[in-house]
Design a protein around this ligand. Structure first.
Ligand SMILES: [Zn+2]
Length: 228
């Protein structure tokens, strides 16, 4: 199995995908959560996004991770990808922190010279993805599902299309190897990178809205647009 400290992908500028939307649901207390588990970014919330950090929760469910973040450790991430044992698996990911705000998913002082020239304060120039996985690293009884890997890759493609300066995708272990091993050596990094770098074989399930105006709607001279 691969070494999660080496899970680093630099996105090639000439392969930037087309925009898509994400199948996400919001946590019910997203405003409370953003006020207490996220902070204002130090950089521009669009042009300042340069990376994505891939994590694993070290737990069994999305609800368990959220409960832990709400009550025990004031951590957070932008999205959670549910596990197979959860109802939302196969349907939707969970949005916890607004992309415009910095989630609390890495330590300010950690960095890696191979990632964005060793830039620290990673939370402020990244988005964080947490994938639900028990992280029982020695027993390896909780493999990632194909859908989890596909969704994590889809989140990266969504962000890559949306944020012009996004270039780095890397593991938590790569920037904090002394304290973190996630997403773990059982995470299929090579297959994940393949899905990030190549268009999915089927059309995206969550395409952008592309409806045309109804006939006559735009050429009726008696109607004036509300903002004219
Ligand atoms: Zn982590």
């Amino acid at each position: 199995m691969a070494d999660p400290r080496k899970f680093i992908l630099q996105l090639p500028a000439d392969r930037r995908p087309a925009r898509i939307s994400l199948p996400e649901v919001l946590i019910p207390d997203i405003d409370w959560f953003n006020a207490r588990r996220a902070v204002k970014r130090r950089y521009d919330p669009v042009m300042g996004i340069e990376g994505i950090v891939v994590h694993a929760t070290a737990g069994s469910t999305s609800g368990g991770a959220l409960q832990h973040w709400r009550t025990e450790s004031p951590a957070s991430a932008h999205w959670i990808v549910p596990a197979e044992r959860e109802q939302t698996h196969g349907q939707s990911i969970i949005a916890c922190v607004y992309e415009a705000r910095a989630a609390n998913h890495t330590k300010d002082r950690v960095s890696n010279p191979a990632v964005n020239r060793g830039r620290a304060n990673v939370d402020h120039w990244t988005l964080g993805i947490e994938i639900v996985n028990r992280q029982d690293l020695d027993q390896y009884t909780d493999p990632y599902s194909d859908w989890q890997i596909a969704m994590a890759a889809q989140i990266v493609r969504y962000c890559w299309a949306k944020y012009p300066n996004l270039k780095w995708v890397f593991s938590h272990a790569s920037i904090d190897p002394g304290n973190r091993a996630d997403p773990g050596r059982q995470f299929p990094w090579d297959g994940f990178c393949q899905q990030v770098l190549h268009d999915p074989p089927q059309a995206p399930r969550f395409a952008l809205f592309d409806a045309q105006p109804e006939a006559g709607e735009m050429d009726d001279p008696s109607r004036s647009p509300c903002c004219a």
